[in-house]
Write a protein that binds this ligand. Sequence first.
Ligand SMILES: [Zn+2]
Length: 421
Amino acid sequence: MTFIADEILRNREQRHDFIRPFVDQGHVALSLKANIPGADKRIFVAYVVVGYYEKLLADIGYAEKFRMEGADGPSIVYILKDIDASQLKAKMVHLEENASYGRLVDLDVHAEHLKSMNRLTPRKCLICGKDAFDCSRNQTHPINEVLAKVNEIALEDSVKLIVNAIDQAMAYELNLDPKFGLVTPFSMGSHTDMDYHTMLAAKQAITPYFAMMFRSGWETHSLSLLFKKAREIGLQAEEAMHQATGGVNCYKGLIFNLGLFCAATGFAFQKKRPMDDLFEIIKNMTSPLIHDFGKNIDTDGLKLYQETGIGGARMEAMRGMPTVQKISTTLNDFKDATLTKALVEAIVLSEDTVLAKRAKNPQTMAMVKAMFKTLDVHDKDQLEKMTSWCIAQSLSFGGAADILVSAIFYRLIDNLWHFLK
Ligand SMILES: [Zn+2]
């Protein structure tokens, strides 16, 4: 125990020794680290917190940035030049008090004339709300209790960010118009049983279940167990969707597709794995699905696979979501033309069972894909004409739309956290 405490102190001194010469030269240093109690400063929550603030501080205008990792946990030191240290300090205190994970982050400003500058209000203890320094010095609370609280705060703040990303991703897709027979705010598309309001009701009903899948990923240590849990939560989500829509299936494919991303994200956090590992995690997690293809299960998707070899959402997941990965690179912004371009790519690249069913034969499906390949996404007139044609042919692209939502979600969360590798 003493040994670990020594290591932490030595690591802290090393960081200060590193910072001092910059401050002596008149620069300002900002150190970012997680505020984790106890001997183990390298719990995964520390990486979630530091990874989030690394993204949040990306445009702070630093001259240099140094990543560090030792017994004191992951940390980043920013060197800033020609900056008002007091203003920076005020900004950092504001983040600590208001931003996500604020209670779990230490944003310390080091500057020549600022050496003795303290916070106006001392930090509050996570458990009792009194002065944190006193509780820490007197060891008022058992360490397990404090760590459980740290985990709870980190999880709840993460869930809020994830739910926000889900909300945005689904809204970007749903609000896009025109959209080739898919439901938009202005059109039921090729559907007779659902409109924009049905979709909104379904969206609201299923969102809490995506959050549950993320929580499962955060808490479950084995991928096979996580997949089992996620499938159970998925069934509950379908039930909730049907209740909200009077039995209309708006988002069954999305519950599967985005649900896997939510579960995988929680799991990636727990295992300190970077966001671009999500595809590999999903591939590993869904490997048991191979048994579905051998079985004579009576779902439309599997029947279609047996007849045509089109694997749909299951196969996409088992391959590690290659179409999501591919079109996510198109999504450098979320403007209409970019979203449409990504959707068109998903239509062309994916094995969409919704399209396959509606196109009725492989020739029509190939022809539709060929038409989409030559579409100019900046030409609103072309998009309107294509949409009218799709509606006249009763075509729709639910599978591709699910892939678009997941790709937007992936881009959003990839923008929120960065992981030290
Ligand atoms: Zn306390």
